[in-house]
Design a protein around this ligand. Structure first.
Ligand code: NAD
Ligand code: TYD
Length: 352
């Protein structure tokens, strides 16, 4: 299936920006991308610098809130949008615990709004792909994996809002016959991730000799996937996935948080040793646990593997090395975000 005018929502965030770069480089996509992003604190146009110039006439940016029905209708009509890949969301669990409202608004109402507009586009509309998370399934004990049949049991306001949006997508397919696909993916890591999430936070803090705050006992497990592998999975599903279906996407890389932090410390000690040979592991500090902290996530991705032939290419060891390398080389990117320079630039260009 080909798409001529693909709306990517949340394209200035971590995965969305990686996806846009990935897709514009794929030979089997020759259409236009319309990136719709509200530019919250997590949306950074710098993540896509050079893209418009590299692909003339194929990349467009619209600063807009996916909850704004009038703006969205106008953008769908003006670009003759025939498919949506929906990333836009509030995405950080800790923020959802402190202030859930924005998650309910953007993640649930925003998805509803796009689905409503999409269904009124009629037969010209080819696909609504919804990007979701394995966190909708809740928490696992020491054994077992999440499959597409695992019942939803979200534990945080973030995962509950994503679960609600997944249900809306499913309902729009069942009720209105909207062509949809849905992916539930494990934790991503790689370039352009906002430095509040585990990997970039630890890489940047460790490189600066700052404290490394590990929640609880550090034994919580996540299944890590390099972001480009996720992008490839999404594109594979969009092209060839069965409509109305859900696909789990994972990295086959289950890791305890503490092990990851130790790996980052050791890698940085190798790449940029501290004076006197001090070891960065001494920076690790166990802090108060996150409330409702899910113990373990692990993904069974045999469905996408069997039906569509996808599997992750990157191992955690190779992906981590690439990621550490990227953050060290792109220090000014992170410095600008953290110093407020990026906020000031946003105010000048976009009025805040
Ligand atoms: P992110 O926080 O880095 O980016 C989110 C982007 O959405 C930002 O650019 C932000 O400005 C934009 N946005 C937020 N609310 C908006 C609104 N109302 N209107 C328009 N734009 C809005 O997030 P991410 O890590 O790139 O995640 C992207 C998607 O992938 C999310 O839906 C998330 O649930 C899902 N996901 C993330 C992971 C992960 O590990 N990061 C794993 C699985 C699924
Ligand atoms: P995070 O990157 O926030 O992703 P998610 O909560 O969506 O899985 O966190 C990944 C894991 O790392 C999670 O178990 C919480 C833990 N964590 C810490 O121990 N310290 C930190 O400073 C952060 C941000 C996360």
């Amino acid at each position: 299936m080909t798409f001529n005018n693909l709306m990517v929502t949340g394209g200035c965030g971590f995965i969305g920006s990686n996806f846009i770069r990935y897709l514009l480089g794929e030979e089997d996509f020759q259409g236009r991308i319309i990136n719709v992003d509200k530019l919250t604190y997590a949306g950074n146009p710098e993540n896509l610098s050079g893209v418009e110039e590299a692909y003339p006439g194929r990349y467009f940016f619209e600063r807009a809130d996916v909850c704004d029905a009038e703006r969205m209708k106008e953008i769908f009509a003006r670009y003759d949008v025939d498919a949506v890949c929906h990333f836009a969301a509030e995405s950080h669990v800790d923020r959802s615990i402190r202030r859930p409202e924005g998650f309910i608004y953007s993640n649930i109402f925003g998805t509803f709004n796009l689905l409503e507009i999409a269904r009124h586009r009629g037969d010209a509309f080819k696909l609504f792909h919804h990007v979701s998370t394995d966190e909708v399934y809740g928490s696992l004990g020491p054994e077992g994996l999440f499959t597409e049949e695992t019942p939803y049991r979200p534990n945080s306001p973030y995962s509950a809002s994503k679960a609600a949006s997944d249900h809306l997508v499913r309902a729009y397919h069942e009720t209105y016959g909207l062509p949809t696909t849905l992916s539930n993916c494990s934790n991503n890591y790689g370039p352009y991730q906002f430095p509040e999430k585990l990997l970039p936070l630890m890489i940047l803090n460790a490189s600066e000799g700052k404290t490394l705050p590990v929640y609880g006992d550090g034994r919580n497990v996540r299944d890590w996937l390099y972001v480009t592998d996720h992008c490839e999975a999404i594109w594979t599903i969009m092209k060839r996935g069965r409509r109305g279906e859900t696909y789990n996407v994972g990295g086959a890389s289950e890791m305890e948080n503490i092990v990851i932090v130790e790996m980052i410390c050791d890698l940085l000690d190798e790449l940029m040793p501290l004076e006197g040979g001090a070891k960065r592991r001494s920076l690790i500090t166990f802090v108060k646990d996150r409330p409702g902290h899910d113990r373990r996530y692990a993904i069974d991705f045999s469905k996408i593997n069997r039906e569509l032939g996808w599997s992750p290419k990157e191992s955690f060891a190779t992906g981590l090395r690439k990621t550490v390398d990227w953050y060290l080389k792109n220090r000014p990117w992170a410095d600008r975000i953290r110093s407020g320079e990026y906020r000031r630039w946003m105010e000048e260009h976009y009025g805040g």
